[in-house]
Write a protein that binds this ligand. Sequence first.
Ligand code: AMP
Ligand code: ZN
Length: 468
Amino acid sequence: MKLYNTLSKKKEEFTPLEEGKVRMYVCGPTVYNFIHIGNARPMIVFDTVRRYFEYKGYDVNYVSNFTDVDDKIIKKAIEEGVSSDEISKRYIAECKKDMEGMNVKPATTHPLATEEIGGMIEMIGALIEKGYAYEKNGTVYFRTRKFPDYGKLSHKNLDDLRSGERSLLVTGEDEKEDPLDFVLWKPKKEGEPSWESPWSDGRPGWHIECSEMSKKYLGEQIDIHAGGEDLVFPHHENEIAQSEAANGKEFAKYWMHNAFLNIDNRKMSKSLGNFRTVREISEQFDLQVLRFFMLSAHYRSPLNFSADLMDASKTGLERIINAADHLKFLTGNAKAEKMTEEEADAYAKTEEYVKAFETAMEDDFNTADAVAAVFDLVKYSNTTANADSAREYLENLRSLLTKLTDVLGLIVERKEEMLDADIEKLIEERQAARKAKDFARADEIRGELLKKGIILKDTREGVQWKRA
Ligand code: AMP
Ligand code: ZN
C-alpha cells in the first residue's frame, strides 16, 4: 500500500511500526461553531483511510482531538455571555451529530484539550529541562533554533523563515530570544479560562495540545499524523519539534494532508460570506451525498463545491443505491437457491472489480478511481442479475457491493420511506418535548427523522418538513 508522505514529498510503501496495527492521529476542529464543509473534508477522507486499513485487517487506533480552549471560543463565549465550556460542549455535540450524518466513525478516542492540561504541563517541563524551552514573564517559548530538523516537514529552512520573520513576530511576544520561537504556555488575560502551572496561571499553546494527546493515547511514535494542508506549517512543524525534542524519537512516520475545499471556485471564508456549514447542507441533501462528493476527487487535489456538483453526486449515489435495492428485490423473489455453474463463473468475474478497487485505494487512496470500480460493479450487476438469477448469486453480488461501499463509508441501504402521518406524529411529539423544555428528546426526534431522510425546518409559521 502506497501513501504520499508530506515529509519525503513522495509516495511511500506503508510499513506499520507494529505488525497488523495502525496508530493514527488526525487534528480535529476548534469547536466554536457548527463545522463547515471544509472541516468535513479531513473527517471524511481520513475516516475512509481508516476504513480501508480495517478492511485490510489492520487494527486501527484512531485518535482525533477537539480543540476546546482557544481565542475564538473565548470570543464567542463573551459575545453570548456564557462560559467557554458551554460553547465548546455545545459544538462538540453538534459536530458529533454531523459526523454521524456523514457516517464518519467515532474515533477510538476523542480527547479534549482541556482535560489533558496536566500532561501538557509535564511535557513543557521536560522541554525546559532539556533546554528546548524557556520561560519569560510567565510565558514559555520553544527554542526553535535548538531543534536542528526544524522545517523538515514544510521543507522550509530557518534562513527563509528568518527573512519572513516579521509575520512571525506577534505583538506582545517581543521578549522572545528569537522571532522564530513559538509559545508553549501563555498567562491568562482577565476573564479567560486558566490552569495553574509552575510558570503562571494560564493556558497551553495550540501546538503542544496535539503533541501531548498523541503521546498519551498512541505512544511516543505513531504511524500516521494527518490534517488539512494548512496545518503543515506551523502547526505540524511545531508538533514535530516539540515531540521529537521531548521524546528523542521520530514522532510520526507518515504525514498525510488533504487539499482545501473551495466553494464556487473561491476560497471559503467568513469575510467573503460564502461559508457553508455541514448543517446547512443537511437541509438540502442527505449527508451521504456530501460524503460521496468528497470521495469523488483525490484527497490531495483541491475540490470545488457547487450545487451542480452536489446534484451530480446525488445522481451518482442514487445509481449505486438503486442497484443494491434492485438486488434486494430480486433476492426476495428468487426461484432458485444455489448458483448454477455459469453463475459461479459470472460471480468469479467480479474479482476484477475488487482488484481495481484495491489497486486504486492502495495508490495513495485514490477514492475517485475506487468509486469508478464500484460503478463498474454496479453496471455488471445490472446486466447480469435478473428475475431468473439464483438467490445465492444475488446475495453474493449485494454483499460484495455493500462491502466495497462500506470501505468508502457509503450506506447503500435505501432509507425506509416513512409515511406522512408517522412523520407528522413525530413532529408533534417533538413540539411537545420542546414545550416541556425536554430539548434532548426534541433533538433526538430531529436526529431520528434525519436518519430517515426527513429534514425539518423551524419557521415562524411552524415546522416544515421535506424529504432529502
Ligand atoms: P480548524 O477547526 O480550523 O482547526 O480545522 C479543522 C480541520 O479542518 C483541519 O484539519 C483543517 O486543515 C481542515 N480544514 C479547514 N478548512 C478547510 C477547507 N476549506 N478545506 C479542507 N480542509 C479544511
Ligand atoms: Zn493538531
